[in-house]
Design a protein around this ligand. Structure first.
Ligand code: AMP
Length: 290
């Protein structure tokens, strides 16, 4: 695996690969890799001729009071992981390389960026779209891999790709969880023992929704109320939001129709955790992607 830190070098490599007709798979990450990231990497290694993984903790997607400085980093361990998975290139630029002095351009996917996580993180998706478009312009991938763990992010990025006619196919892969249901996240690192136990309430809350839907409930308000109950009982947990939205606009729905995203964000101590589940209903029955 070759490690590249400069945009020019990355672009030169990509131009050469493209001239040989190689299909490029790309996995953008902020590092501190876990099995969730690695599931995306494995998919890329399997489907593409060449896999590029980026590690960049993107300052523009963090709010002023958020954890940009504390965000866990371990490039040595990450490099070794990616090497083992058969990744071809690790793109690891520094902040000045990605945001040189005087940069002025941002990308926004309007409306969707203010829903769900956008309510408490107003600048977040603007930062995500901006850095992902920059990375797409550098890596020029044919396929890009994202996790359903960040469902809103994946939906917003698909809209950006469509609206800006980008020649990249976005693939969204399932949430990888611990045995007890906790969705893997680099931020789980922040949790102490009691908080780790409390964090399970996100999955429990989703399971409550699942049970109600299986039993025939479709009204969003009823489901959301029941989802909030176990979280309210946890002294270390504070709800940011619990919502049920459509997949096109991310607008809250009154009742679950053919498709819905059930998403929640909960602060456990100082750590903000997110989780979600997609429900699909057709004549054959109800399906859950969780
Ligand atoms: P991050 O490093 O947090 O920016 O995440 C990089 C990519 O990994 C994003 O597309 C995430 O959605 C994905 N990801 C993070 N956690 C998981 C998980 N538990 N399962 C699947 N994908 C994940």
């Amino acid at each position: 695996m070759k490690k590249i830190t400069k945009i020019k070098e990355m672009k030169d490599v990509v131009r050469n690969l493209k001239s040989q007709g190689k299909i490029i798979g790309f996995v953008p990450t902020m590092g501190y890799l876990h099995e969730g990231h690695l599931s995306l990497v494995r998919s890329s290694v399997q489907k593409a001729d060449t896999t590029v993984v980026s590690i960049f903790v993107n300052p523009t997607q963090f709010g002023p009071k958020e954890d940009f400085k504390e965000y866990p980093r371990d490039i040595k361990r990450d490099s070794a992981c990616l090497e083992r998975e058969g990744v071809d290139y690790l793109f690891f630029p520094d902040t000045e390389e990605m945001y040189p002095y005087g940069f002025k351009t941002y990308v926004e996917v309007q409306d969707m960026q203010t829903k769900l996580c956008g309510r408490s993180r107003p600048e977040h998706f603007r930062g995500v779209c901006t850095v992902v478009l920059k990375l797409f312009n550098i890596v020029n991938p044919d396929l890009a891999f994202f996790g359903q763990k960040d469902a809103q992010q994946a939906i917003i990025l698909k809209n950006m790709v469509r609206d800006l006619y980008l020649d990249v196919k976005i693939e969204v892969l399932p949430i990888v969880r611990e045995k007890d249901g906790l969705a893997l996240s680099s931020r789980n690192e922040y949790l102490d023992k009691r908080e780790r136990q409390t964090a399970l309430v996100l999955y429990r809350s989703l399971q409550k929704a699942k049970k109600m839907i299986m039993e025939g409930e479709r009204k969003a308000a009823q489901i959301i109320e029941k989802m909030k109950e176990p979280i309210g009982k946890e002294p270390l947990a504070e709800i940011d939001y619990v919502d049920i939205v459509d997949l096109d606009e991310l607008s809250s729905v009154e009742a679950i129709g053919q498709e819905a995203l059930i998403a929640l964000a909960v602060c456990v101590g100082k750590t903000r955790l997110i989780d979600n589940m997609i429900v699909e209903i057709d004549e054959k029955g109800v399906k859950f992607k969780e």
